[in-house]
Design a binder for this molecule. Sequence first.
Ligand SMILES: Cc1ncc(COP(=O)(O)O)c(C=O)c1O
Length: 414
Amino acid sequence: MSKLAILGGAPVRTAPFPSWPVRDEREAEAVAEVARSGQWGFFSGTRQFDFASQFAAYQDVKYGFPVMNATCGLEIALKAAGVGAGDEVIVPGFTWVATASCALTIGAVPIFVDIDPGTYCLDPKALEAAITPRTKAVIPVHLYSCMADMDAIMEIANRHGLVVIEDCAHAHGARWRGKGAGSWGHMGVFSFQEGKTMSSGEGGLVVTNDKRYEALVHAYANCGRVREGDDLAEGIIGWNYRMTEWQAAILLAQFSRLEEQTAKRNEAMGYLDKYWEQIDGLAPMRVDVRQTRRGAYVYTFRYDAAKFKGVSRSVFVAAMQREGIPLSAPYTPVYRSPLFVVSPAEFPAAAARCDYAGLRLPVTEHAVTEECLSMRHSLLLSEPKDLADIVTAALKVRENLGELAGKTVEELTA
Ligand SMILES: Cc1ncc(COP(=O)(O)O)c(C=O)c1O
């Protein structure tokens, strides 16, 4: 039995995993072309609309509107949905802050609900239980590499007249029953922030099959301007959330690799999942059979300390990191995040109606604090021998549990 690296032994791995973003001359040349063209923005350029329509079609959606990032994309999708001050928007507790803050910043009230323990995505039963006469919209998040149950969510939303905005920030290339993420709800929003599986540093896209939503998204993103031919009343107060041609040029280059990278990531997830099924105390996510392809912003699997001699997840993660495997912690529940501070002066409707500090969502909290293990998508672009190191490290830690049991990370690393 070899000595754990956290106890001074040799690590399983010292070589780095693939870095991100993957880039080559395609990005460099694309940016140089924009520079030479002098067409740098929304009004003079065409690249962002080429990219938007190509990517929307790839996700099986009719329209795509390019924006600065997904945070503002979610905000204007809610505005396009008719969500206004005091309206309620249902969101999962386990997600990035923007899924909820986009409701706050337009004066609406984010209502957090719990998640499905197998996929970490919004639980349709919790959604239905949270609907009130004030509920206007729901934002299911396709979190990390799983998709929310879009059949159940659409059925519930249609029955209650809710607008569904899919948060697809993690779901590039993901498919539900063969059809792309973002094509199931009334709108969907993608992110191209620097860590995402396609990136231009920052960037976003709002997708929809509905011409009216697309026209409204355009107006809200473009200072309230109503485009010629769009059947909208004038007088919309909007923002300037327009994308630039620099972002679009890089995105077109990144998009050229997405299909191949998604296939490779799916293969890697399948490989790792098979091993976790065989190791008592580790388990893959329960990918719904209707999810026909996974996006993979973050690869997650599940840890059960009770089957690891009570060794806490944080000790397991620290031990894996010392073996050269960069496991990381997941998001905190949004309602516990220091970035989600709901002051009564700034957000009166939400502060008056919700006790976010007193909220408890047991499945979310168990996943976040005890169970969820995560690693960045760039690891999934590794070759099989490198993926094997991840499994070898997990088995090595498991063989040495006696050395870790009862200890904290601080004690082990002092
Ligand atoms: C689930 C989710 N939604 C929304 C966003 C916001 O995306 P952006 O950074 O493009 O504003 C993120 C970004 O990390 C995210 O992870």
